[in-house]
Ligand binder design. Structure first.
Ligand code: SIN
Length: 282
């Protein structure tokens, strides 16, 4: 049976009749096209080893070794995204897009479910293509004149307001707060032209965007909050329910994601490989 691509409500596509361990070149091209069009793609029932996960990721580009997350003990390319039974807070427990704090943000991440709670632990995704498209032409034009400043220090850093310092989400899982302190703030266009699809996407996010360039944080907050409320609209989002063998592969330049933290007392472990991206432009 030929590869099947089914568009989901809100955002994303589910791809079936495919085995990621042995993708032909034509199947890879179809998967790549779906990824560019939808911003996030989902696979089910994949029996993929760590080495096969790495091999699949390498077909997309160089792997970004995560500087903050604990790595798999035998595979440094794999970041562990886990929550233990006795932990309260999780990794990724709020709307965000990864790596917007980098000068060249990573393209995206391939997340493989390794251990799941019986219920809960879903991941929400939001389309920044659709959120942009739903704005009026006048608002789109105004936003395209703006740039925004992004930072990782208040999330991964050492300061008193840092998420991973103030919660137990990082305990044993985030090990390198000094890496965040060394990061410079970066500036990206608020509306980007997506490097793969050529489509326009909104590129601000609640976790890492701190203000508009040339504006104070206080001045920036009302417009950022308005954009965030818009982007979280149910018409742009999809809630992915994990099952053993599930894989999600999202594009950081086209989507946000949010890992629900509703499975206290249960363990969840995911393996994440992130692929490097290319420079962004407006
Ligand atoms: C993440 O933000 O990378 C984690 C997503 C998840 O655990 O579902």
């Amino acid at each position: 049976m030929a590869i099947q691509i089914r568009t989901l409500e809100g955002v994303g596509a589910e791809i079936t009749a495919v085995d990621l361990r042995e993708l032909s070149n034509s199947e890879f091209a179809a998967v790549r096209g779906a990824y560019a069009d939808h911003g996030v793609i989902f696979f089910r029932d994949q029996d993929i080893s760590e080495d096969q996960h790495i091999a699949f990721a390498k077909r997309w580009g160089p792997i970004n070794i995560n500087r903050f997350f604990a790595a798999h003990p035998e595979h440094p390319e794999i970041a562990l995204v886990s929550k233990e039974r006795d932990q309260q807070n999780n990794i990724g427990g709020g709307w965000h897009t990864d790596h917007s704090y980098d000068q060249i943000p990573a393209m995206g991440s391939i997340l493989v479910a390794r251990e799941l709670p019986e219920t809960g632990g879903n991941t929400l995704f939001a389309s920044m293509y659709a959120a942009y498209d739903a704005l009026s032409a006048g608002f789109q034009e105004m936003l395209s004149t703006l740039k925004a400043v992004h930072s990782a220090r208040h999330i991964f850093g050492e300061g008193p307001s840092s998420y991973y310092q103030n919660t137990d989400a990082g305990d044993g899982r985030i090990g390198n707060t000094t890496a965040a302190e060394k990061l410079q703030d970066v500036v990206h266009p608020v509306v980007i032209t997506h490097p793969l699809s050529g489509k326009k996407a909104l590129y601000v996010n609640p976790a890492f965007t701190v203000r508009f360039e040339g504006w104070t944080e206080e001045e920036s907050r009302p417009l950022l909050m308005q954009l965030y409320a818009h982007c979280m609209g149910p018409e742009f989002t999809h809630e992915f329910v994990w099952r053993p063998g599930s894989i999600a592969f999202w594009d950081n330049r086209a989507t946000w994601h949010f890992a629900r933290n509703d499975y206290h007392g249960h363990r969840r472990e995911m393996h994440r490989i992130t692929v490097e991206g290319e420079p962004l432009s407006g």
